[in-house]
Design a protein. Structure first.
Length: 114
């Protein structure tokens, strides 16, 4: 069974930083692209960042230059470093991997106050 567990959310003031982590089990982590998504209440879940097995990264335009995705294959964990946070970054952040189907964690809530 595949498990994804996100941690690191919380309440932060605008301009602050948070580091999210997603610990995985049940997959050969190092061969998979890992993704971060977020969902704002009332809106569809949207992609935020992804990292390939080789370390290539992609970001949605709104977080480019502020967020950094990284991975630690030895710990089967993916991270999302979020800097210069804005109130519009407030959302539940989810970790995702596609292994025959999409797997999701339960999410971690990020609240950015103005």
């Amino acid at each position: 069974q595949v498990y994804l567990v996100e941690r690191g959310g919380g309440l932060v003031q605008a301009g602050g930083s948070l580091r999210l982590s997603c610990a995985t089990s049940g997959i050969n982590f190092k061969i998979y692209r890992m993704n971060w998504y977020r969902q704002i209440p009332g809106r569809e879940r949207e992609p935020v960042a992804s990292i390939s097995s080789g370390g290539s990264t992609n970001y949605t335009e709104s977080v480019q230059g502020r967020f950094t995705i990284s991975r630690d294959n030895a710990r089967s964990t993916v991270f999302l470093q979020m800097n210069s946070l804005k109130p519009e970054d407030t959302a539940v952040y989810y970790c995702n991997v596609y292994h025959f189907r999409d797997f999701w964690g339960r999410g971690t809530r990020v609240t950015v106050s103005s």
